[in-house]
Design a protein around this ligand. Structure first.
Ligand SMILES: C[S@@+](CC[C@H](N)C(=O)[O-])C[C@H]1O[C@@H](n2cnc3c(N)ncnc32)[C@H](O)[C@@H]1O
Length: 500
C-alpha cells in the first residue's frame, strides 16, 4: 500500500472520531464578535468579580469579558475566574487564554486569579448545590458567562439522574447547565448565556422555564435573525438567543429585546418591551415571547384580544398518524382499488389539497385494511398545517384544506409531517375550515407565532396554545372566502376586517 493510500484511509476515521466528540460534548465554540457582544451585556459594577465559565472550551467568553472590564471606566479591583471544561484536549489552550487574561489585568491594575477544572460541570455543580442544602456555605459566583453544550439527555442517563437529584428536571444538557448555574449564583448575580431558543416555548422545557423565570429577573433577550449566522447546533436549525438575567425574584417592568443578523459588525435594533408582553402573567405555560419590533408588538396585542381556546371551539389538533417508513409495505405510488389517499405536504396547492400528484416523489396512497385502519380518518373537511417548513420559506404557518367533496374516498391518511384539525376525529364544516385556514395563514398569526417558536417545526402543542377567534367569527370569515389560497395581501385584509 502506498503512503498516500494509507493517509486516505486514516483520515476519514480520524474526522469521524472528532465529529463524534464534537457532537457528544456539544462543542460549538463562540466566534469572537458574539463573545464580545455577550460581554457587553453585563451591567453590575463589581468590586470583586467571581466569574463562572461552565463548559469554557478555550476560554473565549471569559477572555471577552476580561478584555471589556480592563478598559471599562468602572474596573473591578479583582477578577477570579472558575472555568470548567471536560475535554482535556482544550485544557492547555484554556490555560493559555487565562494566562493572557492575567497579563491584561496586570496592565490594567486588576488582581486576577483563575482556576481551571478539567471536570464534568454537571457532577461538580450538583455536589455543590446538594451540599448547599445542608451546609452554611453559600453559592459563591456573582457573574456567569456561558455557551452551554447542547445535547438531548435521555431520562435514564447519568446526567439526567444527577440533575434530578438536585431537583432539576430537564431533557437537554443546555438547560441543565443553565439551571445549575442559576443555583450557584449569589443573590443579584448576573448571567449572560447564549442558548438555543427552544426553551422559550414548548412543554418539554416548562419545568426549566418556570423555575428560571421564578429565580431570575430577565433584563435582555438578543435574537439572531439568521439561523446560521451565530452557529447551528443540530439538524433542526435552531435559532440562538443571548439571555441576560439577574438573580432576583422581583420581576422587572421592562425587558430589552434586541436583534441583529449575527454577522460581525451588523447593526443591532432594540426595543423596550413591557415584561407582561414578554411573559404573560396569565399564561400557565410561561412562554417567553420575543417581540422584536413594533410589528411584532402589535401582532401580540391583537392576538391577546382573542380568547377562544381550541376545546371551546370544539376542535382538536393532532399529528398525522401515518409514519411512512413504519408503514412501508402498505404504501402505493398511485391509487388502487383497495387504497385510501395518503396526504403529504407536497399535496398542498393554493389553499386546497390537490390529489393525486402524478409526478410526486412521495406515494399517493396507502392500502386500507385492518392493519392500517387506525392510521386513517373518515372522509370530511380537515384543516392541515405543515409541521416543517424550509428555512427559506416566508411563512412558518402554512395551512390548507383537505376536502373529501373534491377527493372521493371514504377514508384518508395524513402523513406524520402534517398536523390536522378535527372535531373528535371527524371533519369540520367548510365555512369553519375556510375561516380557520385563513386565520392560520394570516401574517398576523405568523408574526405572533414566530415570537415563541424559534425553530422550523410547528408542533400540535404550539397550535393548541394559540388563542383563536370565536367559532361564529371564524365561520363568518370562512363564508367570505372562496379559496384560502388567495394572495396574501387580500387574505390579510379580509382577516383584519373580520377579526381584528
Ligand atoms: C458550546 S461549547 C462552548 C465553549 C466555549 N465556552 C465557547 O463559548 O467557545 C461547550 C463546551 O462545554 C464542554 N462540555 C461539554 N460537556 C461538559 C461537561 N459536562 N462539563 C464541562 N464541560 C463540558 C465542551 O467540551 C465544550 O467545550
Amino acid at each position: 500500500m502506498t503512503i498516500a493510500a494509507k493517509e486516505l484511509k486514516v483520515e476519514p476515521i480520524f474526522l469521524t472520531a472528532l465529529e463524534t466528540k464534537r457532537h457528544e460534548l456539544g462543542q460549538f465554540l463562540t466566534p469572537h464578535p458574539i463573545a464580545d457582544c455577550m460581554a457587553s451585556f453585563f451591567e453590575a459594577r463589581w468590586h470583586d468579580m467571581d466569574l463562572l465559565d461552565a463548559g469554557a472550551g478555550s476560554g473565549a467568553l471569559s477572555a471577552a469579558l476580561v478584555t471589556r472590564l480592563c478598559v471599562s471606566r468602572h474596573k473591578p479591583q479583582k477578577i477570579s475566574v472558575t472555568a470548567y471544561e471536560l475535554d482535556e484536549v482544550l485544557i492547555e489552550s484554556l490555560h493559555e487564554t487565562l494566562r493572557g487574561c492575567g497579563q491584561e489585568c496586570e496592565r490594567a491594575g486588576i488582581q486576577f486569579s483563575a482556576t481551571v477544572l478539567n471536570e464534568d460541570f454537571i457532577a461538580a455543580a450538583v455536589t455543590k448545590v446538594r451540599s448547599d442544602l445542608f451546609a452554611s456555605c453559600k453559592p459563591c459566583f456573582n457573574a456567569a458567562i456561558v455557551n452551554p453544550p447542547y445535547r438531548k439527555i435521555r431520562s435514564d442517563s447519568n446526567a439526567r439522574l444527577l440533575l434530578r437529584s438536585a431537583g432539576i428536571e430537564t431533557s437537554n444538557l443546555y438547560t441543565g447547565f443553565v439551571a445549575l448555574i442559576t443555583k450557584l449564583l449569589a443573590e443579584r448575580g448576573e448571567l449572560v448565556a447564549i442558548t438555543p431558543r427552544s426553551f422559550c416555548n414548548g412543554p418539554y422545557f416548562k419545568p426549566f422555564r418556570t423555575d428560571f423565570l421564578e429565580t431570575m429577573s430577565l433584563r435582555r433577550l438578543h435574537v439572531f435573525e439568521s439561523r446560521s449566522a451565530a452557529f447551528s447546533r443540530d439538524e433542526v436549525l435552531q435559532e440562538n438567543i443571548i439571555v441576560h438575567a439577574i438573580k432576583d425574584s422581583a420581576k422587572p417592568e421592562h425587558v430589552i429585546i434586541s436583534s441583529s443578523s449575527g454577522t460581525p459588525g451588523s447593526c443591532v435594533t432594540e426595543r423596550e418591551a413591557a415584561y407582561s408582553e414578554v411573559v404573560s402573567p396569565d399564561d400557565p405555560e410561561q412562554f417567553i415571547h420575543l417581540t422584536e419590533d413594533e410589528v411584532q408588538g402589535s401582532a401580540r396585542a391583537i392576538m391577546s384580544r382573542l380568547s377562544a381556546s381550541l376545546p371551546e371551539l370544539g376542535l382538536s389538533v393532532s399529528t398525522g398518524r401515518v409514519v411512512d417508513f413504519r408503514a412501508k409495505e402498505f404504501l402505493r405510488q398511485h391509487p388502487e382499488h383497495d387504497t385510501a389517499p395518503l396526504i403529504y405536504p407536497c399535496h398542498f396547492n393554493c389553499g386546497f389539497v390537490h390529489w393525486p400528484k402524478e409526478k410526486a416523489r412521495k406515494p399517493n396512497a396507502i392500502v386500507s385494511n385492518e392493519h392500517t385502519r387506525e392510521l386513517l380518518v373518515p372522509a370530511g373537511v380537515y384543516v392541515l398545517v405543515k409541521r416543517f417548513t424550509a428555512k427559506e420559506e416566508r411563512k412558518r404557518l402554512v395551512a390548507c384544506i383537505y376536502d373529501s367533496h373534491q377527493i372521493h374516498a371514504s377514508l384518508v391518511g395524513f402523513e406524520n409531517h402534517l398536523n390536522y384539525f378535527h372535531i373528535n376525529g371527524h371533519g369540520l364544516t367548510m365555512a369553519l375550515a375556510k375561516g380557520l385556514a385563513a386565520f392560520l395563514n394570516s401574517t398576523v398569526v405568523d408574526v405572533y407565532f414566530r415570537q415563541f417558536n424559534g425553530h422550523t417545526q410547528v408542533n400540535a402543542t404550539d397550535l393548541r396554545s394559540l388563542n383563536y377567534p370565536s367559532k361564529a367569527e371564524l365561520e363568518k370569515l370562512g363564508r367570505r372566502i372562496n379559496n384560502p389560497g388567495i394572495p396574501q395581501a387580500e387574505l390579510d385584509a379580509l382577516v383584519e376586517e373580520e377579526l381584528f
